[in-house]
Design a protein around this ligand. Structure first.
Ligand code: PLP
Length: 466
């Protein structure tokens, strides 16, 4: 039981939130009605809310707290750096030791060929930097017509004013005058709903053909780059067949366009290896990372760049001119110190290896959910996975949005002490921390089963089932 004092403190917090704090990706009026869910603390895979309720976090915050909550050594690393030097600019050729060491470390662990690193405040800014610097690259290397960008339908590449146009989710376009005329999409490699059926080779061939066709329509001389997530996260955890990434990379080579891997979610062990590109031996021209880089303990992202792109910009910049891209907090020393310790925990602390070890429990748990009347598809790679709910397993029909199934599920899950992401189209996304134990997976799937049963028992839901 909470004391009266705590309760009144929390209700006044909710009132202050309602009055003043604008939340990301929210219906502002709905949020005012609903009020904030205030979280208080975390340890390992577990969260505690302001009412003292324990929650198993099967989404690692926002697919970012890959090491789990409460690692003292990360807190120490941040505190040490804050005491010594809380801030150092990267402008005017200044630098700090953790930023330099982090850039070198990222090059060491990244796919071969990525030699240069620009450190940002998060994923959206890394994408924004990629777009700006690709434009700069083609201008600097004498091909100024290459200005068109291609991405995947249902892709998510953040919400900067340019990057949100590469994101192919209507919520991020509505009212923002996006996408821009130079931003284009091709269909997702979505085995469960692919028009060519679920055959892996057919799905891969369809993607390659769609990319070729789009580039040919626009003219290769006008196309700058193809952006993709190795596994699409916010679009519904769409897991392409093995070999897809390699085939798309190869197609970009042949079409003479840059290949950008957005590993903001898939990086740092989320799908098994350190980066999803590693699984297919792909060395992208540019790669964006964030989230697991600091495991959410401090804000930071990064853009990694090949020698070819770096040298194109460096050598194409007129003598004495500046490449005008940067921010006060680029390469922030405290975030860099945090990232270095987090990467040490992945490697020497055994967290990456644990994630690889327990992935079979996650996959088996998701597969076992296929028995549930609501579940049409279960898919995962490493510790990134989804269940897709359907009203008819045979036709794969979705649910009427008026039923508000995702809200019902999120609410029931919370009551069962489980947190994950219930997407608008009845896809449930999971990204447990790499520190999960087999017993935590058992608890997760037991709570998930109970949650889906609760929702299935609601007459309005049961009525819609085939
Ligand atoms: N790219 C991908 C693949 C993401 O999933 C995200 C965030 O979810 C971003 C970019 C944007 O990152 P951030 O939210 O740190 O700006």
């Amino acid at each position: 039981m909470m004391s009266t004092k705590t309760l009144s403190l929390d209700s006044s917090l909710v009132a202050l939130d309602r009055a003043h704090l604008i939340h990301p990706v929210a219906n502002w009026r709905d949020h005012e009605q609903r009020g904030a869910t205030v979280l208080r603390s975390g340890k390992g895979a577990w969260l505690r809310d302001a009412d003292g309720r324990e929650l198993l976090d099967a989404f690692a915050g926002l697919w970012c707290v890959n090491i789990g909550y409460g690692h003292e050594s990360v807190v120490e690393a941040a505190a040490r750096q804050m005491r010594e030097l809380p801030y150092a600019t990267g402008y005017f050729s200044y630098a700090s030791e953790p930023a330099i060491r982090l850039a070198a470390k990222l090059v060491e662990i990244a796919p071969p060929g990525l030699e240069h690193v620009y450190l940002t405040l998060g994923g959206s800014e890394a994408i924004d930097a990629a777009v700006r610097l690709i434009v700069q690259y083609y201008n600097a290397t004498g091909r100024p017509r290459k200005k068109h960008f291609i991405a995947l339908e249902r892709g998510y590449h953040g919400s900067s004013s340019t990057g949100a146009g590469l994101t192919a989710l209507p919520t991020f376009h509505r009212g923002f005058d996006l996408p821009r005329p130079e931003q284009h999409y091709i269909p997702s490699p979505y085995p469960y709903r692919s028009p060519v059926g679920g055959d892996p080779q057919a799905v891969i061939a369809a993607s390659v053909a769609a990319l070729r066709e789009k580039v040919n329509t626009l003219g290769a001389e006008n196309v700058a780059a193809f952006f993709c997530e190795p596994i699409q996260g916010s679009g519904g955890v769409i897991v392409p067949p093995a070999g897809w990434l390699k085939a798309m990379h190869q197609a970009c080579r042949e079409l003479d366009i840059l290949f950008v891997a957005d590993e903001v979610i898939t990086g740092f062990g989320r799908t098994g290896p350190m980066f999803a590109c590693d699984a297919e031996g792909v060395s992208p021209d540019l790669m964006t990372v964030a989230k697991g880089l600091t495991s959410g303990y401090a804000p930071m992202g990064a853009l990694l760049m090949s020698e070819r792109v770096y040298a194109g910009i460096a050598d194409g910049t007129p003598a004495g001119a500046l490449v005008g891209h940067g921010a006060t907090y680029s390469a922030h020393p405290v975030s860099a110190a945090v990232a270095l310790e987090v990467i040490r925990l992945y490697e020497e602390g055994g967290i990456l290896a644990n994630g690889q070890r327990v992935a079979s429990h996650f996959e088996a748990g998701l597969r076992s959910m296929l028995r549930h009347p609501l579940v049409g598809d279960a898919r995962s790679r490493g510790l990134l996975g989804a269940l897709e709910l359907v009203s008819d397993k045979y036709t794969k029909a979705s649910f009427d949005p008026a039923l508000q199934l995702p809200d019902r599920i999120a609410k029931a899950a919370y009551e069962n002490g489980l947190v994950f992401r219930a997407f608008g189209d009845s896809i449930l996304g999971f990204a447990p921390a790499l520190c999960f134990t087999p017993s935590e997976f058992e608890q997760m799937f037991e709570r998930l089963n109970r949650t889906l049963d609760t929702v299935l028992d609601q007459p309005e839901v049961r009525r819609t089932l085939a």
